[in-house]
Design a protein around this ligand. Sequence first.
Ligand code: SF4
Ligand code: SF4
Ligand code: SF4
Length: 209
Amino acid sequence: HSFILRDHNKCVLCGICVRTCDEIQGVGAVNFTFRGYATRISAFENKLLQESACLSCGECVVRCPVGALLPKNGAEPTYEVKTVCTYCGCGCGIYLGVRGGIIVGVRGDSSSPVNQGNLCVKGRFGYQFINHPERLTTPLIKRNGRFEEVSWEEALDLVASKFQEAQEKYGSEALGGLSSARATNEENYLFQKLLRSLGTNSIDHCARL
Ligand code: SF4
Ligand code: SF4
Ligand code: SF4
């Protein structure tokens, strides 16, 4: 499995993962299989977890009391930062685990009224993009077929001039904007205000693409 390590030798067959998957996640991807000494926790037909109905949420991993289920590539953080998941508009509360200036894990914030500590696969395991070497951290402008790093001022000036050019040539209705479900409500509000101030109502967001 891409995110979960399973060690059947450590499993004490407490059934917490089975109940978590069934009663909290409503998935039922794992259950007791075989009988007697051969009993083990596995997916339907003893399939690999990644080939089962498992959604990779990791809720069973969080609750396993003996380390039979562990996050892959997980390291012990030296400190945590309380924040909000940026992946979708639900806004689940999370703690980012940090070690040596790098994010090494995520756990749900049980005091958050939104998710009460539960997370989906993106919120729990999709944090590698933060420290990814190919992550874009500055705006880029394509010149002569190559992307060049530029300042925000230069990028915004270019966008404004292109908007103006299109507006003059084709009218305001030719303009449109796509916002992001990963932005906050306030940012999305400001985005639609900006577009409407330019004279267009063509506004949408990435979750519908
Ligand atoms: S990761 Fe989530 S969906 Fe998969 S077995 Fe565990 S609780 Fe069920
Ligand atoms: S929660 Fe851990 S120890 Fe309990 S049955 Fe599942 S894998 Fe085994
Ligand atoms: S954890 Fe999942 S459901 Fe929650 S905000 Fe992140 S992406 Fe959305």
